[in-house]
Design a protein around this ligand. Sequence first.
Ligand code: DOR
Ligand code: ZN
Length: 346
Amino acid sequence: MADTLTIRRPDDWHLHLRDGAMLAAVLPESARHFARALVMPNLLPPVVTAAQAAAYRSRILAALPEGMEFTPLMTLYLTEESDPEDVAAAARDGLIAAVKLYPAGATTNSASGVRDFGRIRPVLERMAETGLPLCVHGEVTDSSVDIFDREAVFLERVLEPIRRATPGLRVVLEHVTTAEGVDYVKSGGENIAATITAHHLTINRNHMLAGGIRPHYYCLPVAKREAHRLALLEAATSGHPRFFLGTDSAPHTDAAKLAPCGCAGCFTAPNALSILAELFGQAGALARLEAFTSLNGAAFYRLAPNEETITLQRGAPVIHPARIDTAEGPVTVFDPGFPLHWSVTP
Ligand code: DOR
Ligand code: ZN
């Protein structure tokens, strides 16, 4: 195995940067490695309007340390009241790169999400006309559906009807976690792609639940059984152009994670690339890492890939900090559970 690998600077097509003190603490962790990131809008209150997205973008840029370069690509949080004209204007102005659909109640800060999918038809039609991608949190919220089945059921009950009703709509199935999701994207044609996280490529549900519960592995969609992890790994390492990296790095303080009702999210910004290099190396697919981290996403979003490069170096196991300090409290960094030999040099 080669000991160095130079690739175009990666982009993160699904990132939670939060706001305020948390934003200040986590932003450098992404900006160190990634040139651009698609920034999720699930703040409290959510980023619903173009004006809110512009203000959030300014707060992100203001929090960026001197000398670091990073481009936040903004998203709007879709609600049943979203105005198709506001969305279209934000896209036309280059302010947003996508719109995010959270089914109401699916995850962190999703209370303002969508309950009645019929009510977002006008926005989706406008998006189909303009080519603006819809990023979906693909899980049903029906309490009678088992949490491990919620993604597969979503494809059938929600996503397929939406796509049939709105031909031409471009969709990213975010953080895909199942073989059904992978197959759906592979067979779904040019207008559908998926992001895959580093943590879903690393853990299955046993890692979270067998031999003791590990709250830092709890995220949504929840990790599934091993066969699904292997399907994700195959999709990511295959070079298929419609699968690309979205870390879904989602910081929560340890106090919020280690609680009787703990928050969902894995904080992977610091070590996602080391983890991916390790997994792609094990799969004999290092030559396809760049496609996954730096080319496929940009192509789907109709942006040029980054010109700058990063170099990954293989050596003795790299020790990443176990946690980072924030003014809100410590945030634990995702532990892949195996040694990481690749480090990133700028
Ligand atoms: O694990 C998750 N955390 N999944 C999500 O969909 C949201 C995210 C968050 O914002 O914490
Ligand atoms: Zn997310």
